[in-house]
Design a protein around this ligand. Structure first.
Ligand code: ATP
Ligand code: MG
Length: 592
């Protein structure tokens, strides 16, 4: 199949007319003002994320539309309409009120992707209570650390998770006032020192007046993925809903008749911003799969659930690629019209794979826990350059900057005007979903700003057409013989080799050149590590990258260490290579 450097957007191929088509014109629009006006606001004034996501529709024509559809292997699907979601979240907000949990108090949810998690998050938002969803696979230590750091007063979890992970550490979390348990068998729980979710919900009234939150009131506390170090707690406000609304249109092109599937777990920011809030704001039906990744299952769901917009991540795409294009082709996806990805750089190989396997290219987009919403994206409105993360969305101003001093306080930077020069990616502060602080770490927060520029910690370049190209995280860039080498470029080339499923590249200290490039690769199904294969991959990399940039060493691993949100942990590859301490591994997939 042809692999063009640009994938053109043809109007005739877009079954649903996209929300926008003119990049330049849209960037002149007051997007935040428009989004604010499209939202309803609270009856007595104020803005509330939960109200906009649920009640705005529950009181209108979308009342009976399915908001959330939960599927699992051995139980029938469960649908919740916007009207039902409004009632359930009202009940939960009343439960919180009864317990004396108020605006500004902090609630944590530790649960799999089950309906009660969504009800708890949205109900707490309506009550003005600040919410943190945690990955249900976290072990006791990461749970305790986060609840302590966030001074959580309420925990919603299941009886089974409580017994396995919380009970023994409960005393370490002195801020916790209430623990609410959802019985996984649907019955009633009677663990000492806890309350039963179903009993409280049954007794609570299903009407509630949303607490009067203002745009600057805290709404969500999200922990970062911990890819580069100890996870940071980023605080977000109700006003972020304006970004969620605008980006749901610009970057995901959601229309009310869409059937949408965001594969991210609510335990990290994508699963909340784009797995809960943004789709509800657009009135779509969201699919929530309660099971773990399984290639065959995912293709079946895409087909049978008639998913039209799909938001997933490079790690999932790589796993699908690993399982082979054949499997994808055994199904057909007539409803699917838009596919997007976030979380890590999306190798060009993966963009083309989308085209081959699903009949659609994959739209990479870029953002961070700190930005609260999608900032730079490939969208329906313009052509895709595979390997680029796209262009800044309307309302967002992005820059490439260079630091004037190595480590200044506050940092001082200069904007680089010349295209194609690598530097740190920065954004002009002021978009509505910008984080408002790192929990208990004001100094770290201040380090993120140079004047009104927010410094992202990622290195990138911008081409003459305004497309941004990810180079690597500032921490991961390799310095070799005077060159700066971005791991992404090397990894993308390794991924071109037919045997390579995933690749992680690090710099290994070297007396002569500073650092040499070392690659770790895992192989696609059907390939075995061998010296011959190593040499073949190495020759391919040298041909494509030149000897200075190609990896000097290639090691095979069955799989690469990654975070629970699916990012390759290069710092761990490096620590292991050098025999150094592994640092914070609380978010390591498969870890405790
Ligand atoms: P920590 O800050 O704790 O090290 P993290 O940065 O991985 O963890 P997140 O906020 O979940 O935590 O991830 C945001 C980061 O993920 C971005 O800063 C960027 O490095 C990477 N990222 C996200 N999307 C993309 C993308 N489309 N292309 C390249 N990198 C991306
Ligand atoms: Mg980060």
């Amino acid at each position: 199949m042809e692999r063009p450097a640009i994938i053109h957007k043809l109007a005739s191929e877009q079954r649903t007319p996209p929300h926008w088509t003119d990049f330049e014109a849209e960037r002149r629009v007051d997007v935040w003002g428009l989004a604010r006006r499209a939202l309803q606001g609270l009856p007595g004034g104020g803005l509330n994320m939960g109200f906009e996501a649920v009640d705005r529709h529950a009181g209108g024509v979308l009342r009976d539309r399915i908001a959330l559809r939960f599927v699992a292997r051995n139980t029938p699907a469960l649908d919740l309409s916007y009207g039902q979601l409004a009632q359930q979240t009202n009940r939960f907000a009343n439960v919180l009120q009864d317990l004396g949990v108020n605006k500004g108090d902090r609630l944590f949810v530790l649960a799999g992707r089950m309906p009660e998690l969504y009800v708890a998050v949205l109900g707490a938002l309506k009550n003005g209570t600040v919410v943190t969803p945690l990955f249900s696979a976290f072990g006791p230590e990461p749970i305790a650390t986060r609840i302590r750091l966030g001074a959580g007063q309420v925990l919603v979890t299941t009886d089974a998770l409580y017994r396995r992970k919380v009970k023994q550490i409960r005393e370490q979390m002195s801020s916790l006032r209430h623990v609410l348990l959802v019985a996984e068998d649907g019955g009633i729980t009677n663990e000492p020192g806890t309350l039963d979710w179903h009993t409280l919900m049954a007794l609570a009234p299903d009407t509630f007046s949303t607490v009067a939150t203002q745009p600057d009131d805290p709404a969500l506390l999200h922990f970062t993925s911990g890819t580069t170090g100890t996870p940071k707690g980023a605080l977000h406000v109700h006003g972020a809903v304006v970004t969620h609304f605008a980006t749901g249109r610009y970057a995901l092109d959601l229309h009310p008749d869409d059937r949408y599937w965001c594969t991210a777990d609510p335990g990290w920011v994508t699963g909340t911003s784009y797995g809960i809030i943004a789709p509800l704001l657009q009135g779509v039906t969201s699919l929530i799969d309660r099971e773990e990744f399984d290639a065959e299952r995912w293709y079946t769901l895409l087909e049978q659930e008639q998913i039209s917009v799909w938001y997933t991540a490079p790690t999932a795409i790589r796993m699908l690629m690993k399982a082979g294009t054949e499997l994808a082709r055994r199904h057909s996806y007539p409803a699917l019209r838009f596919v997007a990805s976030v979380g890590e750089p999306l190798n060009p190989e993966a963009v083309w794979w989308g085209q081959e396997a699903l009949g659609l290219p994959i739209h990479d987009n870029w953002w961070q826990t700190e930005t609260g919403g999608i900032m730079i994206a490939n969208t329906p409105a313009f052509d895709i350059k595979p390997g680029s993360m796209g262009r800044p969305l309307p309302g967002i101003e992005a820059f490439i900057v260079e630091h004037l001093e190595a480590e200044g306080e506050p940092p001082r930077v200069r904007i680089i005007d010349t295209p194609n020069v690598e530097g740190e990616l920065a954004l002009r502060s002021g978009w509505p979903s910008m984080f408002r602080g790192y929990l208990n770490n004001e100094a770290r927060y201040r380090q993120c700003f140079a004047g009104d520029l927010y410094l992202t910690g990622d290195l990138a370049r911008v081409d003459a057409d305004g497309y941004y190209w990810f180079v690597g995280r500032a921490d991961d860039v390799i310095k070799s013989a005077g060159h700066l080498i971005g791991p992404f470029e090397v990894e993308s080339v390794l991924m071109e080799h037919p045997a390579v499923a995933e690749a992680g590249v690090i710099g290994k200290p070297d007396a002569m050149v500073g650092e040499v490039v070392k690659a770790f690769v895992s192989l696609k199904d059907g390939y075995q590590p061998s010296e011959g294969l190593r040499m073949d991959i190495s020759a391919h990399a040298r041909k494509r990258l030149g000897a200075a940039v190609a990896p000097k060493e290639i090691a095979f691993l069955p799989s690469l260490p990654r975070t629970r949100s699916g990012k390759i942990m290069r710092r761990l590859l490096k620590a292991r290579e050098l025999g150094l301490p592994e640092g914070d591994t609380s978010t390591l997939e498969g870890g405790a």
